[in-house]
Design a protein around this ligand. Structure first.
Ligand SMILES: Cc1cc2nc3c(=O)[nH]c(=O)nc-3n(C[C@H](O)[C@H](O)[C@H](O)COP(=O)(O)OP(=O)(O)OC[C@H]3O[C@@H](n4cnc5c(N)ncnc54)[C@H](O)[C@@H]3O)c2cc1C
Length: 402
């Protein structure tokens, strides 16, 4: 790993900043300051702006129509977008399904599904988890039985983020119940408008609706919508889940929290002095800054390994370290921000939509908006993408292989 300043990366970062300055519509930038996915019209509009610049697939190699950016450039792009408050992208399409399509899909499947990602005209959700099959994903029971040139799918998925907004779902199903549990799984792409699919909302502790239960009742799916061979679903899933380790800590979000804390230090007051003058607050912020920098160094190391095509147990283990350290730090900082709001904490519990947009906000109010929702949302960060306990288990096993 190289600790020297990277002038090329600095220039790239400046290019992204300039682009954001010129092309991110101010009304969109002002809206998105949390980790919750942006409203659909904003997401679609922003995706199309990026596409018109040739950045419609920022994380993919050039041969698949992507930017061809290095891992560090992709991270810098994410950091700048989050710092500028740009709308989110469809992460399921860009970071999970996209690499799978690029790697495993037939030419026909690529032609059908890739353009919709560049234009955000086809939004995706992920149908993996089931009641009783989360960490132990290979035990999943949703069945797909062959009937001529179709599969007939029956079963239930749960925690399906944004299923209520998605056009399509990528789905793990059991095609061979007699095979060893990993071997009997296949990977299907399913149109959410197919007869027999129903979606029921789950409202989460942050007061938002992003989660769902998704039911499949005799849903007919063309065999042509299967990615890879029948029974290859598990190896495709391992590829999908092992695709990006350097992003596991969500460093752009941690950096945004530090910016929010700096703003709180300047704008909130304790009696007559700024909150930043208060020793306990200042010390804690300094500790958080040190922890975020430590994570940033590890991110750089993992990115260098990924860039070099290193898929060794060490790279995998460091990915798990980043997931655990990054998400646990997100939880601690977001909790601290709510505490630091003091008497304004009550305002913080209102979602931005619940506040009267016509009212002139006090500085403290505008600061406070969404902070508690963010803190509550982050309770889930040590669950999704592999729980902290499971990551620690992976680490323990990998340590024996190092
Ligand atoms: C906000 C959010 C969004 C999500 N979005 C999606 C989505 O879009 N699509 C999708 O398919 N899934 C999604 N998930 C599901 C997520 O992948 C699962 O919640 C996760 O895999 C854990 O599974 P589980 O909830 O069934 O918990 P379980 O696996 O039942 O775990 C329960 C508890 O037991 C512990 N545990 C389990 N196994 C072990 C072990 N081997 N060793 C030690 N401890 C263990 C866990 O750490 C946890 O504390 C989402 C989850 C959340 C919270």
């Amino acid at each position: 790993m190289d600790f020297e300043p990277d002038r090329g990366l600095d220039a790239f970062r400046q290019e992204v900043r300039d682009f954001l300055h010129q092309h991110l519509p101010p009304e969109l930038a002002g809206k998105h300051r949390s980790s919750i996915r942006s409203a659909l019209p904003d997401l679609v509009r922003w995706q199309r702006i990026l596409d018109s610049r040739g950045w419609g697939a920022p994380y993919w190699p050039e041969e698949h129509g992507g930017t061809g950016w290095s891992v560090l450039q992709r991270l810098a792009f994410d950091e700048e977008c989050v710092a500028a408050g740009a709308p989110t992208l469809d992460g399921f399409a860009h970071k999970l399904l996209g690499p799978v399509l690029n790697h495993f899909a037939s030419a026909q499947q690529k032609a059908e599904h890739l353009p919709g990602i560049f234009q955000a005209s086809r939004l995706w959700c992920q149908g993996f988890s089931e009641p009783g099959s989360g960490s132990d994903l290979a035990s999943l029971r949703t069945r797909a039985e062959r009937d001529g040139d179709h599969y007939v799918v029956n079963g239930q998925k749960i925690w399906t983020s944004y299923a209520h907004e998605a056009d399509w779902i990528f789905l793990l199903v059991r095609t061979d119940p007699s095979a060893r549990k990993q071997a009997g799984i296949s990977f299907l792409l399913v149109d959410m408008k197919s007869p027999g699919i129903s979606v029921r909302p789950i409202h989460s502790i942050d007061g938002c609706h992003h989660l769902n239960e998704t039911f499949f009742d005799n849903v007919r799916v063309p065999v042509a919508n299967r990615i890879g061979e029948e029974g290859a679903g598990w190896s495709i899933t391992k590829f999908l889940l092992n695709n990006e380790h350097a992003t596991a800590a969500d460093l752009p979000v941690l950096r945004r929290y530090l910016m929010q804390l700096q703003r709180m230090a300047r704008e909130l007051r304790v009696g007559t002095q700024a909150l930043g003058q208060e020793l306990g607050f200042a010390l804690q912020v300094a500790r958080f800054e040190a922890e975020v920098e430590a994570i940033a160094m590890l991110v750089k190391r993992v990115a260098a390994m990924e860039q070099a095509g290193d898929h060794s147990p060490a790279a995998h283990a460091l990915g798990s370290v980043l997931k655990v350290r990054g998400t646990e730090l997100q939880q601690r900082i977001s909790e601290f921000m709510v505490q630091a709001l003091g008497e304004y904490g009550a305002i913080a519990y209102a979602t931005p939509e619940a506040l009267d947009p016509a009212a002139e906000p006090l500085p403290e109010e505008s600061l406070a908006q969404g902070i508690a929702m963010e803190m509550l949302f982050r309770r889930a960060s040590t669950l999704y993408g592999g729980t902290s306990e499971v990551q620690r288990g992976i680490l323990a096993k990998l340590l024996f292989q190092l």
